[in-house]
Design a protein around this ligand. Structure first.
Ligand code: SF4
Length: 473
């Protein structure tokens, strides 16, 4: 599985050099920061709201053994059909089974990271189902045959010119770069698909234990059409989406919108209690809910890492992360990118293959500061680095650090070594960049710092002599 690591290095190296793309991301995120900043001011006390949200998620996750059965009981009473999936493969098979039993041909989907996690689109396509993404950003990346770039903004890396070209290539329309016209084209293309589809697949933002309802929040209204127009609605959620009470939504909905896109509230917030009742005129005939584990219970069993299940997938940590901003979402080659992706992917898919992501961070701590549910992300990144180190100790690195400690702790040994390196560094220019240069890779994008002739201590001693006595007291 070294290939995932290599892919990350290769892609991030290439993407970092794409200045246009980086500028586009920076522009998009500048608007987000300003909007988020002003929306936060509408909260009486944002920090207190974060604290309460963190406590509610702690309660939900630490009492999942009570809340999950309560939710399932209520959802079943409401008429939902509950399916449990241990892993991606099981989730795919359940969905394929439902599709086959109902002789479905076309599937419309709204944006759902959990279905990205289980690679649902490729599983459906392999069985010859037509799958249509209906979120504008998701539709664009689907047409471009790319995975989403960001948890919330799947096509943020593309310019309006590129989107115009994609639409002109796939739909029978002229080339345009006007965002409103492009949106209108997507709307016209999709409208009929909602009505023709046999199955609609959505994710779930929150599942309320108290009532057995699922909540879906979105901006385009497409998820509502996906959930209500086709005869069958399938919703896919991870076990961590549970919240205890209906009133908790009053905090989580504005908090998710504020952190995700800087809005007060997303445009559409829908609650689904079950399929269409006999006296109702619209809605699906069947509502299937797939509850996915996929290693979440393993994470739940680890008290120190459990809080990673508090994530509400707002994407704020991605927006603030300097590594995400520069390397970009595709470099992670994962359904979850940025700091949350770096800490959660190793647990979902195996630390051995994904531990490299723990190093995709500057450890600046901005992600922890911005997280609305107060997940200590940079602590988890450090923790993963430690686990990765224990899994594969680097003998050379270990010995070098031991040697360094031996000398650094003793001044009389350390000084002559420093002096020796001071002179040796002048020779480095003769081998710089050559295959046998030990610093070659490190210096690809950095300069080797120069050692000073005199140590700080001797510098200080000299300065001290020149300082007036009074200043020294
Ligand atoms: S870790 Fe926090 S900031 Fe990042 S996506 Fe999850 S909730 Fe949002």
């Amino acid at each position: 599985m070294k290939s995932i690591h290599r892919k990350f290095i290769k892609l991030s190296r290439r993407l970092i050099q794409d200045n246009n793309r980086r500028q586009r991301i920076r522009n998009a995120l500048k608007g987000y920061e300003a909007k988020r900043g002003s929306t936060i001011e509408r909260f009486q006390n944002w920090e207190a709201a974060r604290q309460v949200a963190a406590q509610i998620k702690w309660e939900a996750i630490n009492h999942l053994d009570e809340f999950l059965p309560q939710f399932v009981d209520n959802a079943t009473k409401n008429g939902m059909k509950i399916h449990w999936a241990d892993n991606s493969y099981q989730a795919q098979s359940i969905i394929l089974d439902i599709a086959q039993k109902n002789q479905a041909k076309t599937v419309v989907k709204s944006k759902s990271m959990t279905t990205e996690e289980i690679s649902l689109n490729s599983a459906l396509k392999k069985k010859n189902y037509t799958v249509i993404e209906t979120d504008l950003g998701e539709l664009i990346v689907q047409l471009k045959n790319e995975p989403p770039y960001h948890l919330v903004f799947p096509s943020m890396h593309l310019s309006k010119e590129e989107i115009g070209e994609i639409f002109a290539m796939h739909f029978d329309v002229g080339l345009t770069h006007d965002p409103e016209t492009l949106t209108q084209i997507a709307r016209e293309q999709l409208r009929l698909k909602f009505l023709q589809a046999d199955i609609g697949i959505t994710g779930v933002n929150f599942a309320v234990a108290e009532t057995g309802a699922i909540c879906i929040t979105e901006n385009e209204g497409n998820a509502r059409l996906v959930a209500t127009c086709p005869r069958i609605h399938i919703a896919v959620m991870g076990i961590e989406k549970i919240i205890p009470r209906m009133q908790d939504l009053a905090l989580f909905l504005p908090m998710l919108a504020t952190s995700g896109s800087g809005q007060h509230l997303t445009a559409y917030n829908s609650l689904y209690f079950g399929p269409r009742k006999t006296h109702e005129q619209d809605g699906p005939e069947e509502l299937h809910l797939i509850i996915l584990d996929n290693q979440r219970t393993t994470l739940l069993a680890r008290p120190h890492q459990r809080e990673l299940l508090h994530c509400i997938r707002c994407g704020a940590c991605l927006n603030i992360c300097p590594v995400f901003q520069n390397a970009g979402g595709h470099a992670y080659a994962a359904p979850y990118q940025g700091p949350i992706g770096s800490v959660i992917m190793p647990y979902l898919r195996g630390i051995h293959s994904w531990k490299h992501l723990a190093k995709a961070s500057t450890l600046c701590g901005a992600c922890t500061e911005i997280c609305p549910v107060k997940i200590n992300l940079h602590h988890h990144l450090l923790d993963l680095r430690e686990q990765a180190y224990r899994l594969k100790r680097n003998l050379l690195e270990n010995s070098l650090f031991k040697l360094y400690t031996l000398y650094a702790l003793n001044q009389s040994r350390f000084r002559p070594i420093l002096r020796l390196f001071y002179y040796l560094q002048n020779l480095h220019k003769f081998i710089a960049g050559k295959p046998f240069d030990p610093f070659r890779r490190w210096c690809l994008r950095r300069e080797l710092p120069r050692l000073r002739r005199h140590s700080f201590r001797s510098f200080w001693r000299r300065q001290r002599k020149n300082l007036p006595r009074l200043m020294l007291k």
